[in-house]
Design a protein around this ligand. Structure first.
Ligand code: NAP
Length: 285
């Protein structure tokens, strides 16, 4: 079997065009979706992610305000800024680009963002609401992954979803969203023993580890859906995923590439969440 490739880049393009129309309708009503992005320091990867978010905002019609601060910024200064943004009428979404410098406690910062503006979906209230099946902002990467599978009319109900990686931003929440879609979920992580046996039984395999070509086609079940979240820069300077695409695609029924896979969907769902927040604030969602 040779898998059909699910290009997140194509789905993102379509969804962003729809969002542009929606944002334009809101603007006609005087509602201007606003996103504040806080970038601390000059990490090249963070800068490039932020640039992607600015570009998407410009296209969709979200007013994006970039606040760049030096890496000497104290936690107290950042918390003061977040408080200001929490109270700023024109800001519907607040995103603090992670990772933060070591002297700043990420969790304290995440919890300082008002849940009403938590478009990253990382606040414990957002996570708790997601886990209990309530309306909230879903974390963007997991939400994008679900949209990619739905765009191919893949039924998730009753499927065995195996997730490799249990981070708070990808692994754990994608499992919760799959559970909400009635999949049966198994988490694997660095202490999992005999991981092959889980991979072999996976109808859906989601890999979010951060190690280039960590998984190859060897243990993938025929017809499995393979979602590669990893983004790894290799020696030749190019980006590659956690999955060896060429061998995995011979086993899978659907597979996502890197680049042009999950990445573009993450930013797209950030736009979705920001527009949703603007609508909620105005009683339209
Ligand atoms: P993370 O916080 O570093 O978590 C990595 C996970 O992989 C951990 O749960 C870890 O297990 C597990 N792991 C590490 N070595 C393993 C092994 N040998 N066997 C099984 N599990 C192992 O990473 P993350 O933030 O979730 O990101 C994962 C990857 O996705 C990275 O490449 C990142 O760049 C990428 N990413 C992409 C997007 C996107 O939009 N495309 C968004 C976010 C992240 P333990 O918990 O036991 O340590």
């Amino acid at each position: 079997m040779t898998a059909e490739v699910i290009y997140g880049s194509e789905l993102a393009k379509k969804l962003r065009a729809d969002m542009k129309e929606e944002a334009s309708l809101l603007r006609n009503k005087g509602i201007i979706p606003g996103l504040a992005v806080v970038l601390i320091g000059d990490d090249p990867a963070s800068k490039s992610y932020v640039k992607g978010k600015q570009k998407a905002s410009d296209y969709v019609g979200v007013d994006s305000e970039l606040i760049e601060l030096p890496d000497t910024t104290t936690q107290e200064e950042l918390l003061v800024l977040i408080d200001e943004l929490n109270n700023k009428e024109t800001v519907h979404g607040i995103l603090v680009q992670l990772p933060l410098p070591d002297h700043i406690d990420e969790q304290i910062v995440i919890e300082a963002i008002s849940p009403e503006k938590d478009v990253d979906g990382f606040h414990p209230i957002s996570i708790g609401r997601m886990m209990t099946g309530k309306d909230t902002f879903f974390p963007c990467t997991p939400y994008g992954i679900i949209q990619m599978m739905k765009s191919k009319n893949i039924s998730l109900e009753g499927k065995h979803a195996v997730i490799i990686g249990r981070s708070n931003i990808v692994g754990k929440p994608v499992g919760q969203l799959l559970l909400a879609e009635n999949a049966t979920v198994t988490y694997c992580h660095s202490r999992t023993k005999n991981m092959e046996k889980y991979i072999e039984s996976a109808d859906i395999l989601i890999v979010a580890v951060g190690k280039a070509h960590f998984i190859n086609g060897d243990h993938i079940k025929d017809g499995a859906i393979v979602i590669d979240v990893g983004v790894n820069r290799i020696e030749d300077g190019s980006l590659t995923g956690d999955v060896d695409f060429d061998s995995a695609k011979e086993k899978a029924s659907y597979i996502t590439p890197v680049p042009k896979g999950v990445g573009p969907m993450t930013i797209t769902m950030l736009m979705h969440n920001t527009i949703k927040s603007a609508k909620k604030k105005n009683g339209l969602a």
